[in-house]
Design a protein around this ligand. Structure first.
Ligand code: HEM
Length: 223
């Protein structure tokens, strides 16, 4: 057996062993609780002290009272009906664009992972599916990369941001239909780019494989 194979096997066995040691120490509570952990990080007088720099003195006092009550075992103050209504309103305003972005992101994740799996198998079985040009490694691999980066990751990020921002800012999402139009356009671009890659039209540049549409398609665009 070659030395590199022995080293790889040894590091694999070592990491498996490490994983089992980690699981065993977790089951025996050797890592302690989050509360004990916070005692290591914070000084005794820092614990349960509110440090919200953006809060007004009145809000700061309310926060501090709340933290003391939770620390003393009391229950947390319930959200007021107005806060809850504002949260529901913020969520309702962003629901459409978020659902669209996340649904397409998941679709690209599934399609992209299938392309990844195909290219992964092709690394071991180079003769598999070699009858069709669009199924060759040189096309399926960039299709995988672009599907997961521009289809999955980007849309998932935008979807989460569209949900998070109205929630954090306690406001409604204004102009959600522009976000929907943007998401649709983005998906058309990703689908077109991947179709072009699979049909052999790519720049050949990693991460920038999508080609600019041919001049014949968009004659008014100056390049
Ligand atoms: C079942 C799921 C997946 C499989 C089987 C898979 C497999 C592969 C394979 C075989 C390659 C090419 C490696 C090479 O050419 O040496 C690759 C590249 C890559 N994959 Fe995946 N992949 C999967 C999911 C994902 C996901 C979910 C992401 C991102 C969120 C991702 C991101 C990438 C990136 C960035 C590359 C390019 C890496 C580079 O060459 O530097 N993959 N993947």
């Amino acid at each position: 057996m070659r030395m590199s194979v022995v080293l790889l096997l040894a590091s694999f066995v070592l990491s498996l062993g490490g994983l089992f040691v980690f699981i065993a120490s977790m089951t025996r509570d050797l890592f302690g609780t989050a509360e004990e952990g916070s005692r290591v990080i914070f000084a005794p007088d820092e614990e349960d002290t509110s440090e919200e720099p953006a809060a007004s003195p009145a809000d700061q006092a309310r926060l501090q009272a709340e933290m003391r009550s939770v620390a003393a075992g009391g229950s947390s103050v319930e959200m007021s009906a107005a806060d809850l209504a504002a949260r529901i309103q913020a969520d309702q305003s962003s629901a459409g664009p978020v659902l669209l972005c996340l649904s397409f992101a998941v679709l690209w994740l599934v399609l992209g992972s299938l392309a990844g799996l195909t290219s992964s198998l092709k690394l071991h079985l180079p003769d598999w599916l070699d009858g069709q040009a669009w199924l060759t490694f040189g096309r399926v691999r960039p299709a995988h990369l672009n599907a997961v980066i521009y289809g999955w990751s980007s849309l998932a990020g935008v979807g989460v941001a569209l949900w998070l921002i109205p929630r954090l800012l306690k406001t409604e999402l204004v102009g959600g239909r522009y976000a929907i139009a943007g998401a649709v356009l983005w998906n058309v671009g990703v689908a077109g780019g991947i179709a072009a890659i699979l049909s052999g039209h790519s720049t050949g540049l990693e991460w920038l494989s999508f080609r600019f549409p041919p001049h014949a398609c968009l004659p008014w665009v100056v390049r």
